[in-house]
Each structure stands twice: as C-alpha cells, then as structure tokens.
Design a protein around this ligand. Sequence first.
Ligand SMILES: [Zn+2]
Length: 153
Amino acid sequence: MSGSGGAKVNVNLLVMPAGLRRKIEAEGAAAYPNECCGILIGRDVSGRRLVERLEPGQNVFAADERYHRFSIDPRAQLKADREAEAEGRVVLGFYHSHPDHPARPSEYDREHAWPFYSYVIVAIAKGKPADMTSWVLDDKTNQFLAQKVVAED
Ligand SMILES: [Zn+2]
C-alpha cells in the first residue's frame, strides 16, 4: 500500500512519537537563529499518519536567507524517497523551524508546498523550542489545513 494510493488517511492527525518531537526541537534550537529542515518518514496505516523516523536535511538556501527560508537539497529528497521505499515506508512530509516567529506557515511556505505532505513547523523562541504545529495543503482551496500533532493515538 502506497501513501499516495487510494487508502483514506485521516489527514487531521499526525502521530509523532515524543522522542522524534524532541529531536526536531533540538535541531531547531541548534540551527537557531537559522531555520533547520528535514524530512518526515513513516507510514499511513489504518487511516493514521505515523512518523517513524526523521532525515535531517541541509538548508541549501543562500546563507543570508536561512533565518527565514529553507530549501532541502532535491538530491537528498530523492535519496530519502528511495530509502523510505526500500523500508516499506514513505516520505510523509517535511519539518522546519521558525526562529522567533509563530509556528504558522508563511506565504512562502504555502507557495512552495505540495498536496499530500505534512508540513511540521516548530517555533524557536530566543533559541528555545516553543509550539509545534503541522499543516497539509488542501488541493482544492490551495490553503493549509491544520493537522493535530499527537504523541500517540
Ligand atoms: Zn516556514
């Protein structure tokens, strides 16, 4: 069963184990005042979207823009796709941090988002992890819908 297949997934919910959440928070704090970014890998099973591991990415955006922009190397994305497939998993989405900004997608984030994927944002306030949110682009309205992030269901 592939993540983009016909199976109906509850996109209102993202299951993120506490250990992985802490990892994203730590990466965000370490990258501060720049943005960290990476790939969420896991499975859509029985209608739930479960993150099982992370693939930290390099922010390949120009150095003087990394405080408010992120971009993951397309080769790293391709590699993550292949590795996930070999493990019976899929790329579920991406995460990045918002240094000293709320955990809400920017207009830039929305314009660069694809349907299906979960976009996790962690706010880093003065170097310390704050809120974590997740968003999915609605392919009809082209707007982000909030996904609830839970440690387990
Ligand atoms: Zn952003």
